[in-house]
Design a binder for this molecule. Structure first.
Ligand SMILES: Cc1cc2nc3c(=O)[nH]c(=O)nc-3n(C[C@H](O)[C@H](O)[C@H](O)COP(=O)(O)O)c2cc1C
Length: 158
């Protein structure tokens, strides 16, 4: 039995997720950011998370070159940032408020939460690579997350 691409995507779209922007840089110091919903916590001790990155994205090589990444959780009013980081651009950070961490990676200034990670494992995941990072630093603030469900951005109703 095989599942068609349409059936698979239709089923997956019914899984509600948060939205993150994952940032990194390449060995020349060029900054990269990509909208990622394929994020998951992995381990408490040590603290580890995973992200799945399409092998065809322009930033894929940078994760491997630098061996570190930052996961920025988006707020409910940041769907524009999600779209921005999901679209190709020569410098995605020109118009986006950010600062640079000790490793030289960009961190979004107004994210709901930030996880700064060191890449510890990479696994083949079909057309994606599963990058597992050990979380070295966190930053949190108050607010509600941006939600992605059935191809649309949604908000939590309090
Ligand atoms: C809501 C949303 C979630 C996404 N999740 C992922 C993901 O988990 N992994 C991935 O590789 N691409 C994901 N994408 C697509 C990338 O953000 C998109 O391909 C991006 O342009 C890649 O950037 P780059 O090629 O400039 O590196 C997602 C896009 C959107 C809008």
């Amino acid at each position: 039995m095989s599942v068609s691409k349409e059936e698979f995507k239709s089923a997956l779209s019914r899984f509600a997720s948060g939205v993150t922007v994952v940032t990194t840089k390449d060995r020349s110091g060029n900054l990269f950011g990509i909208t990622v919903s394929a994020f998951c916590s992995v381990s408490l001790e040590p603290p580890m998370v995973l992200i799945c990155i399409d092998k065809k994205t322009g930033s894929h090589h940078a994760f491997i070159e630098t061996g570190a990444f930052v996961v920025n959780f988006l707020r409910e009013d940041q769907s524009m940032l999600s779209q921005h980081f999901a679209s190709p651009s020569s410098d995605k950070f020109l118009s986006v408020e950010h600062y640079v961490n000790v490793r030289g990676l960009p961190v979004l200034s107004n994210a709901l939460a930030v996880l700064e990670c060191r890449l510890v494992h990479s696994y083949d995941g079909g057309d994606h690579t599963i990058f597992v990072g050990e979380v070295e630093k966190t930053k949190v603030s108050e607010g509600n997350p941006l939600i992605y469900f059935r191809g649309k951005y949604c908000q939590i109703e309090d």
